[in-house]
Design a binder for this molecule. Structure first.
Ligand SMILES: *[C@@H]1O[C@H](CO)[C@@H](O)[C@H](O)[C@H]1NC(C)=O
Ligand SMILES: *[C@@H]1O[C@H](CO)[C@@H](O)[C@H](O)[C@H]1NC(C)=O
Ligand SMILES: [Zn+2]
Length: 442
C-alpha cells in the first residue's frame, strides 16, 4: 500500500480503507482449502441439517463459476432441496456425467471431539477436523474445484457435466436421491455415468465401490402354549424361537466362514446380525420367572450383496427360520431392491464390458494413482438408486493414506490429500485431469 497519512483521514474513511483492505485480503486468501472449511462449518448434521445455508453457499460458488444453477424440490414443504449444477457440453446430445454428493452428515458429539466438530480447524500438521470432512463434503467441494481448474485452463467439455447435492442420504435418502432419481428432471439429464461417494483408504491405493449391499430387516415370531416354569413340554414359544435362532446362527457362521477362509470379503457375503430378542412376562422386578411365555420374537439385520439370490433367501427364511410347522410367522422389510430395472444384479460392472470403467481406470493410472481391487460397499449409499435405473455408478472419494473416520469422533482429512483430489494433472497435453476423470471422459 502507498504511504498514506492515516492521521489526516477522517475516521470514516479510515474505517472504510481498513474494511476494504480486509475484504481484499479475505478474497486473496480464499483458497480451495478455505472454501472447503467454509462448507464444513455449515452444520448439516441430523436431526436438524441446515440445508438452506449449505445450498446458498454452494450456489454462490457455482454462480462464480458460471454454472447453471437449479434448486429442485420434491417435498410439499420444500424442506429437502436438491441443488443441481450444469456445465453445458459442446455436444449436449451425448449422455451426460453426473457427480453426486450428499449435503447431510451424521450427528457429532462435541464433548468427544478434540476440536469443535463444525469449526473445521486445520491443525499445524494440516489435518482439517470436521464432521463431514470425509463423508462426504470433501468430494462436494473437489467437484467444484476441479471444474474451477478446468475452466481456468479454458477447457470446455464435450459432454454436459452435472453436479448434484442431495439431502437425507444418512437417513435413507427417500426424500433425497430416491425422489431425484425418480423424477422427470433426472430423466431429462440423460445421465450416462455417475460418480458418488466412496471411502478413505489407509494404504496408498484408492478404493472404488461398484455396488452396495441391500439391508433387510427380518423379524421372526413364535407362538406356543404357555405353561408353568416347572414343566417340560414340547412347542413352547421360547423353544420354537430358540430352534430358529440356532438355524439362523448356523447360516451366519457359514457366511462368516467364507470370509475367515479368505474366499470372500466381508461385503461379499450375506451378513446376519441379531439385533433384539423380545419375550417374557414383565414383573415389577424384571420378569415373571415361573412362567413360560406364549409369544416370543427376534429381530435380525441382514445385508445382501448384489450377487445374493433373494428368492433363495426368502425361501430359506420361510422354510427354516420361521416355519409354519413350528407355528412361526415372519416379516421381511427389504430396504431397496437387489436387482436393477432390467432384473440384473444391482452392480456396475468393473470389466471391459463397461466402457466407463475402462476410462475411469485409465484416468487413475494415468496420473500415477493406484487402484485397489473394486469392492462392494458393506453399507449403502445413494448410488443404489442410480444403479437401479441401470446407469453405471462408482463410489469414489480419493483419500489414500487416510484412516477411515466416517461417522467417528475427530473425523478429519489432511489438507494435502484433499488438494491432491483436485489438482492431480495427467500430463501437459490434457490439462487438469484429476481423479475426477472429468477430463478423459469429456
Ligand atoms: C402350534 O399351535 C397349535 C395350537 O396352539 C398347537 O396345538 C401345536 O402343538 C403347535 N405346534 C407347534 C409345532 O408348536
Ligand atoms: C463383466 O462383469 C459382469 C458383472 O460382474 C459380468 O456379468 C460379465 O460377465 C463380465 N463380462 C466380461 C466380458 O468379463
Ligand atoms: Zn456419505
Amino acid at each position: 500500500m502507498e504511504n498514506l497519512h492515516y492521521s489526516r483521514l477522517s475516521p470514516f474513511l479510515f474505517l472504510f480503507l481498513l474494511l476494504s483492505t480486509q475484504t481484499q485480503t479475505q478474497q486473496q486468501q480464499d483458497t480451495p482449502i478455505t472454501r472447503f472449511q467454509r462448507y464444513l462449518q455449515i452444520n448439516t448434521a441430523h436431526p436438524n441439517p441446515d440445508y438452506s445455508s449449505a445450498i446458498s453457499f454452494l450456489k454462490t460458488q457455482a454462480e462464480a463459476l458460471n454454472l447453471q444453477v437449479q434448486t429442485l424440490h420434491f417435498t410439499p414443504n420444500k424442506d429437502k432441496p436438491i441443488l443441481l449444477l450444469t456445465w453445458l457440453g459442446s455436444n449436449p446430445s451425448l449422455p451426460s456425467l453426473l457427480f453426486n454428493s450428499h449435503l447431510d452428515s451424521v450427528p457429532a458429539e462435541p464433548s468427544k471431539w478434540s476440536q469443535p466438530p463444525f469449526s473445521a480447524v486445520r491443525s499445524s500438521d494440516g489435518l482439517i477436523y470436521a464432521r463431514g470432512a470425509q463423508d462426504d463434503k470433501c468430494i462436494a467441494i473437489q467437484y467444484l474445484e476441479a471444474i474451477r481448474n478446468l475452466k481456468a485452463n479454458h477447457f470446455s467439455p464435450v459432454r454436459t457435466v452435472h453436479v448434484s447435492y442431495v439431502p437425507d442420504e444418512e437417513i435413507g435418502g427417500s426424500d433425497g436421491a430416491a425422489k431425484f432419481v425418480g423424477s422427470k428432471e433426472f430423466e431429462d439429464l440423460n445421465v450416462g455415468f455417475v460418480l458418488d461417494e466412496g471411502q478413505a483408504s489407509p494404504g496408498d491405493e484408492f478404493r472404488v465401490f461398484y455396488a452396495d449391499r441391500t439391508p433387510w430387516n427380518v423379524i421372526i415370531q413364535s407362538k406356543g402354549t404357555p405353561g408353568h416354569g416347572s414343566r417340560l413340554y414340547d412347542n413352547s414359544a421360547m423353544e420354537n424361537l430358540m430352534k430358529s435362532i440356532e438355524v439362523v446362527s448356523r447360516f451366519r457362521e457359514s457366511q462368516f466362514d467364507v470370509v475367515k477362509a479368505g474366499k470372500a470379503a466381508f461385503s461379499e457375503v450375506i451378513s446376519v446380525s441379531p439385533v433384539y430378542v423380545k419375550a417374557g412376562i414383565p414383573s415389577p422386578t424384571g420378569f415373571v420367572m415361573n412362567m413360560q411365555p406364549s409369544e416370543a420374537e427376534a429381530g435380525f439385520n441382514l445385508r445382501l450383496p448384489p450377487t445374493a439370490d433373494p428368492d433363495f433367501l426368502r425361501r430359506r427364511i420361510a422354510e427354516e427360520w420361521a416355519p409354519e410347522t413350528r407355528n412361526m410367522t415372519y416379516q421381511i422389510k427389504e430396504n431397496g431392491p437387489i436387482r436393477d430395472c432390467k432384473g440384473r444384479p444391482l452392480l456396475t460392472p468393473t470389466n471391459n464390458s463397461n466402457p466407463w470403467w475402462s476410462v475411469f481406470q485409465q484416468a487413475i493410472t494415468a496420473v500415477g494413482g493406484k487402484l485397489a481391487k473394486p469392492e462392494i460397499l458393506a453399507s449403502t449409499t445413494d448410488a443404489r438408486f442410480i444403479r437401479q435405473l441401470g446407469i453405471p455408478a462408482l463410489g469414489f472419494s480419493p483419500m489414500a493414506n487416510t484412516p477411515i473416520l466416517l461417522h467417528e469422533h475427530d473425523e478429519f482429512l489432511k489438507d494435502t490429500v484433499y488438494l491432491k483430489g483436485i489438482e492431480w494433472r495427467w500430463n501437459h497435453e490434457f490439462l487438469f485431469r484429476g481423479p475426477w476423470l472429468i477430463s478423459i471422459i469429456l
